[in-house]
Write a protein that binds this ligand. Structure first.
Ligand code: AMP
Ligand code: ZN
Length: 113
């Protein structure tokens, strides 16, 4: 599978991983857009949010969200942070393996660009 994040999951490409369990990993974004900017993603390859299965992936999706929340708190972002999931090219997705961005430690603005 020619997928950058699958290669990070299996260790073929290095990344600053700081959390891993049987279902998800988290690592710092290589091009941080905030003092805290990390990604939480499933180990299993799911290309886009459109490919999440209502039948099979509900628990996994919830696990990604609660992991993001816990790690944000552990990174000192308990006063506020932002989560973003871009879907497909039109949604600004550049790596087609779903991932949740978590950004914090600076003021966020709305709407995003
Ligand atoms: P998206 O544009 O939502 O698909 O987000 C992809 C993110 O992956 C971007 O914020 C990139 O900076 C980040 N990224 C790309 N390559 C790497 C890498 N090797 N290690 C860590 N983050 C990466
Ligand atoms: Zn993948």
């Amino acid at each position: 599978m020619d997928c950058l994040f699958c290669k990070i999951v299996c260790g073929d490409i290095p990344a600053r991983k700081f959390c891993e369990d049987d279902q998800v990993i988290a690592f710092h974004d290589i091009s941080a857009q905030a003092p805290v900017h990390f990604l939480v993603l499933p180990k299993k390859h799911i290309a886009t949010l459109n490919d999440l299965s209502e039948e099979n992936d509900k628990l996994l999706a919830g696990h990604i969200l609660v992991t993001a929340q816990r790690l944000a708190r552990e990174q000192g972002c308990q006063d506020g942070f932002r989560v973003v999931m871009n879907c497909n090219d039109l949604g600004g997705q550049t790596v087609h393996h779903i991932h949740m961005h978590v950004l914090g430690q600076r003021q966020m603005h709305w709407p995003p660009g």
